[in-house]
Design a protein around this ligand. Structure first.
Ligand SMILES: NC(=O)CC[C@H](N)C(=O)O
Length: 227
């Protein structure tokens, strides 16, 4: 099993993501520069947090026009797990891989602290190691984390059970307290909280490790090598 962490100019959580997979999950992972990547050899695509292209225009907007996004779309179409965290989520929204958009936080301030989340869907390939209704705590660090979608899209997200995580104490004004959503086929997850920054009890919080373990369990269950 091989993970790719896609690095854009301005990404700054790529090494956290790399560490989470390499040292906490003990799986193969490469940092892949956005310009010279061939993603076809990877099983899981990770889009890290940061300030790609300095957040000019809108967070994630310019990165979403990169050539590599076509390969990310191909990976998503092949039902490979694609995880976008924070700026990565914004890239997924801007590229149309997930519905909705990110607005500036309600109080127009950058916020950086831990938030309590509720697991709304524990059936996805990213959340099977959690309990439905369970509460977890993950760090957030963003200025444009106010998820928006129109009423029809919100109803669809609810009907299709695409809402994976919600905030218990909405910090940024997100529609429906949404913190993370999957696409309709359930293999593309975008979330503003940072699971890769919470993978070690030594650092006081390992609530994020179970997300990576869920991906691993999914892959193993779907790639059983018959002896
Ligand atoms: N931590 C991040 O990825 C931040 C994303 C984006 N730069 C924002 O401020 O909203």
């Amino acid at each position: 099993m091989k993970f790719a962490v896609v690095v854009f100019p301005g990404s700054n959580c790529d090494r956290d993501m790399y560490h989470a997979v390499k040292d906490s999950l003990n799986e193969e992972v490469d940092l892949v520069w956005y310009q010279d990547a061939d993603l076809s050899e990877y099983d899981v695509i990770l889009l890290p947090g940061g300030f790609s292209y300095g957040d000019y225009l809108r967070s994630g907007a310019i990165a979403s026009t990169s050539n590599i996004v076509q390969q990310i779309k191909e990976a998503a179409a092949q039902k490979k797990p694609v995880l976008g965290v924070c700026n990565g989520f914004q890239v997924l929204l801007e590229s149309g891989l997930l519905p909705g958009a990110m607005l500036p936080n309600r109080d127009l301030k950058f916020m950086c602290h831990h938030e309590e989340l509720r697991v709304e869907n524990a059936e996805t390939m990213f959340s099977s190691e959690y309990q439905k209704g369970g509460l977890i705590h993950l760090p957030i660090a963003h200025g444009e984390g106010n998820y928006y979608c129109d009423d029809a899209t919100y109803q669809q997200l609810k009907d299709n059970e695409q809402i994976v995580f919600t905030y218990t104490n909405n910090p940024n004004g997100s529609t429906g307290d949404i913190a993370g959503i999957v696409n309709e086929t359930g293999n593309v997850l975008g979330m503003m909280p940072h699971p890769e920054r919470a993978v070690e009890s030594l650092l006081g919080n390992a609530d994020g490790l179970r997300l990576f373990q869920s991906i691993l369990m999914y892959w193993r269950n779907n790639h059983v090598i018959h002896a």
